[in-house]
Write a protein of this length. Structure first.
Length: 111
């Protein structure tokens, strides 16, 4: 885990996303709320194993401790990141943006 004060400031070059945000059609959608979540990992358990969980139980997940976390928007993978702290609270530093095909596949799955 690292502190956000270490994060370099980057200047944004004009890119397709910047051009899209200037589009009036995009601005119609810009205020729609979406749910962002971060997935640390997952596992599969039998119901009996879930019922046996108690305070102090440990559930092993399917990721290594140094793997990047999945950043999801409305259930679709949009990026990968790492945990940071910001003023004593958790945050996520975006490390890698998912390819367009990956993001769209997540949307089509739910359609």
């Amino acid at each position: 885990m690292s502190d956000m004060s270490e994060a370099p400031r980057m200047e944004r070059a004009e890119d397709p996303v910047s051009r899209m945000t200037n589009n009036r059609h995009f601005k119609l959608l810009a205020d729609i709320p979406v749910r962002m979540s971060v997935e640390v990992g997952s596992t599969s358990l039998r119901l009996a194993e879930v019922m046996d969980l108690a305070e102090g139980s440990i559930v092993e997940l399917d990721r290594q401790a140094d793997d990047l976390l999945d950043i999801m928007v409305n259930g679709a993978l949009i990026a990968k990141g790492e945990v940071v702290t910001v003023n004593g609270r958790y945050g996520i530093r975006i490390v890698d943006i998912a390819a367009t095909e990956t993001r769209l596949a997540g949307i089509e799955r739910r359609g």
